[in-house]
Design a binder for this molecule. Structure first.
Ligand SMILES: [Zn+2]
Ligand SMILES: [Zn+2]
Length: 329
């Protein structure tokens, strides 16, 4: 195999929202059927700006990507670290870097491996915490992980290997209240875990970044300046404003005690159901028209709500979009 690593920065559109899928397997992983070339073409067709290559170890598979990238698609180097008691994603590692996977929660060595990723500026993601198959259920504490993959693959599926996204979301949502109060919360992300044709980008993460580079995208994901989309057909703008001040998903709004207006602008979810959530639970619910486009607003204050996040679901329940919280202070 000719070794040809992808660039860590491509052209992009300057500061803006970029869509990407950070859990992707090719023929270099067990069960993967697509070549890097086919995945790059599928990423463009799915409206993605970036993807992360996350093969199961052990060989260096990063060098297969460079020639398929072009100037419009960022490929982030990663690995899915498949330990005996759960999987995690190492994103933004060095070309050819290999993170060891031969341990379980009882060995008490996870922090050492997480540190190797953080030392090179990478990001550690707890993958599909409620996957039902052997060794797939995530048994480590979230402490030490930067992000949780609360949405892995189609929201609801009958496939026996399918992660229970509803459980992952419930756990993440419950943890937010105390975490936001302590000033350090762990963002959510969504990835497809693609192995087969037709899976890429379902779902993906939409990230606000200064440029289309590994460093800028991972900074946006780490900060939670992102939301999760079922596909590129769905768009969501989630903001909170207090007087002249405005904040978006993952940001902090300094309200200074003035009333806060929370707003979700959605397109692409016909008859969808928009809900807002705080530490008190589901605080607001509204339905979108059958055109799929609409705006939902709700008033609150910093005394009433420490944070607000939103979910947009299809009428029969599956998720279409999900935001990280806006923190009110
Ligand atoms: Zn996995
Ligand atoms: Zn995987």
């Amino acid at each position: 195999m000719t070794v040809d690593y992808p660039p860590t920065r491509v052209a992009g559109r300057g500061r803006g929202w970029y869509r990407g899928d950070c859990h992707v397997h090719s023929v270099h992983s067990h069960g993967g059927e697509l070549t890097p070339e086919q995945l790059a073409a599928a990423a463009r067709a799915a409206g993605l700006d970036f993807l992360a290559t996350t093969e199961h170890a052990p060989a260096d598979t990063h060098g297969a990507w460079g020639r398929h990238v072009g100037d419009d698609l960022l490929v982030i180097l990663g690995e899915e670290v498949t330990t005996r008691t759960g999987h995690w994603l190492a994103l933004g590692i060095r070309p050819g870097q290999l993170i060891d996977w031969r341990y379980g929660v009882r060995d008490d060595v996870i922090d050492r491996h997480l540190d190797l990723v953080k030392e090179v500026g990478g990001l550690c993601v707890a993958a599909h915490p409620y996957a039902p198959y052997l060794s797939g259920t995530f048994m480590y504490p979230y402490q030490g992980f930067d992000v949780v993959e609360v949405w892995n693959g189609p929201w609801a599926s009958d496939a026996p290997w399918h992660a229970d996204n509803e459980s992952a979301l419930a756990e993440w949502g419950r943890g937010l209240a105390a975490a936001v109060h302590r000033g350090r919360w762990r963002p959510a992300m969504g990835n497809s875990d693609t192995h087969l044709a037709g899976q890429l980008g379902i779902p993906h993460t939409v990230v606000l970044a200064d440029e289309l580079s590994t460093e800028a995208i991972l900074a946006g994901v780490r900060a939670g300046r992102s939301w999760l989309a079922e596909s590129a057909a769905v768009d969501l703008t989630f903001t909170a404003c207090a007087g002249e001040r405005t904040a978006g998903t993952g940001e902090r709004l300094e309200s200074g005690g003035t009333p806060v207006v929370v707003r979700a602008d959605v397109t692409g979810v016909p008859s969808g159901v928009v809900t807002f959530h705080t530490e008190r639970g589901t605080v607001h619910r509204a339905e979108l028209p059958d055109t799929g486009s609409g705006t939902v607003q709700w008033r609150t204050s910093q005394e009433e709500s420490a944070f607000v996040r939103t979910e947009v679901r299809h009428p029969d329940g599956p998720m279409a979009a999900l935001s990280n919280p806006i923190v009110l202070s």
